[in-house]
Design a binder for this molecule. Sequence first.
Ligand SMILES: *Cc1c(COP(=O)(O)O)cnc(C)c1O
Length: 420
Amino acid sequence: MSHSAFYYVDGVLYAEGVSAASLAEQFGTPLYVYSRDALTRAYHAYADACAGRRATVHVAVKANSNLAVLNVFARMGAGFDIVSSGELARVLAAGGKAENTVFSGVGKSAAEMREALEAGVKCFNVESIPELHALNEVAKSLGKKAPVSLRVNPDVDAKTHPYISTGLKSNKFGVAFKDARATYAQAREMANLDVIGIDCHIGSQITEISPYLDALDKLLELVEQIEADGMSIRHVDVGGGLGITYDDETPPDIGEFVKTLLDHIEKRGHGQREVYFEPGRSLVGNAGVLLTRIEFLKPGEEKNFAIVDAAMNDLARPAMYEAFHRIVPVVKRDEKAHKYDVVGPVCESGDWLGRDRELAIAPGDLLAICSAGAYGFVMSSNYNTRPRAAEIMVDGERARLVREREEVTQLFAGESILPD
Ligand SMILES: *Cc1c(COP(=O)(O)O)cnc(C)c1O
């Protein structure tokens, strides 16, 4: 990206035209802050590279499903990629269209299939033979034909963290490459399915193009076989997974990535097919930060701890994947820096946000946890009965609350005690 929406002026962090300190004052902490401009620019990087070609962008809702975020994309004409009927409801509430939405996921329930069919989604990305049967039954009961693509597992190494690598044989996702042709043949025999495409999704936080090209080669080989068997494959869905810079990673530029894949598909003689992209992280990851306030500094014999008011329930990625997020002061101090582990108040040793960080800080200071726009708020929980953080969107000089901070009483409003 040419410039960041988050930058310093005289040692003070800004989000677009608003000082991060003033946001924390106004809305409290922990606080998720998104930049409309950053979302817009990341989307345009994809959309501009797709312009004039047979290619469309489907925003992966699971990376950040706040209605305001989805609405920013919907206004620009984005399609969506969902993994639950809950996400479908969000897309529709945010102004997105079912006919531009693809439905992914390894365990769709019959109720979810019904809702998505009734809404008229663009395609079901199906992952197994039992799922094909289930979808066929649901479609039959509604007197409809379900548009179907098979998620094929191309067995390529995406060279990313094992928990976010999804395209290897050992993963639960997709139809095994060697079974795919026969599975397509079975799908064709099902009267209420309309086979229209093929898809894959090989992992997340991928910082090289080569795994995508390897996966594409296998998919296109399969497409040729399937068409020889008499089916027609209108679209190739390459999934999401493009990485972002958290630390010193250098992922390919979005436009470059899109162009390379589209050129590759054309060169292989498949340029007539529509190509779907399903980006999540690369659209929203660096469009958000999490602001947190330092409660206490706790010096120790082996480690110094900075105990902050955000925790693993607010941002699970460090605890879950040992993920690295840059942590920076909201107002820089001139003093000497010390090394700290930045940790939350949750009663788990796994509750850390950053380790061994050089910081010049004092109690009461604000920190910004960077690159928190993807798989941040959406993975948050109420563990330790902690209300989830507020979310705001900055748009130029304005900041708007796009999700209220939860109240403790909301957290147990649906619970009840035994009558006697
Ligand atoms: C998670 C997911 C995506 C988005 O992945 P990112 O790494 O966030 O780009 C796209 N497609 C499918 C099927 C997914 O499960």
